[in-house]
Design a protein around this ligand. Structure first.
Ligand SMILES: [Zn+2]
Ligand SMILES: [Zn+2]
Length: 68
């Protein structure tokens, strides 16, 4: 008899692995899912990539310099 155990999880958008929900995080920048292995730490939180970490640092609606 087959024991079907469904693990709640999702696919990491970075490494394409299926990982359990507990190890998945949602990037606050691009909303993609990433696992702990792929997580990039910065500024007290985690991002899916170095790019998104950069976005968090730079982008706060303040990218336009004062230009008269
Ligand atoms: Zn991953
Ligand atoms: Zn991201």
């Amino acid at each position: 008899m087959a024991q079907t155990e469904t693990i709640r999880g999702g696919r990491c958008s970075r490494c394409d692995e299926i990982v359990p929900d507990l190890e998945l995080q949602t990037c606050s920048i691009c909303r993609s899912l990433f696992c702990r292995t792929c997580a990039v730490e910065g500024y007290g939180r985690f991002f899916c990539s170095d790019v998104c970490r950069g976005f968090f640092f730079h982008g706060d609606g303040d990218e336009t310099e004062e230009d008269f």
